[in-house]
Design a binder for this molecule. Sequence first.
Ligand SMILES: [Cu+2]
Length: 93
Amino acid sequence: MPQGHAHHGLGTAAAAPAAEAPWTNGEVRKIDTAAGKLTLRHDDMPHLGMMGMTMVFKAADPALLQGLTVGQAVRFKAQREGGQLTLTAIERR
Ligand SMILES: [Cu+2]
């Protein structure tokens, strides 16, 4: 589904659901399958107003964490949901 202006500016709580987050490159640092969380070092994420850093993401679906290994180069999609950054897609790079 096409979206016009999805993400605008910094820190705006855009209520727009899922869909059109861009891919961001990163590297797996820690996997917490029990909590459904993943620590990634990520490149700049201008759509979220973030510079590159290492941080924790909550997986939208625990299945996203399956098959990942620490140190692996990945690309992923994340979006802000209720103040929390949520991982919506991830794949090897
Ligand atoms: Cu970050």
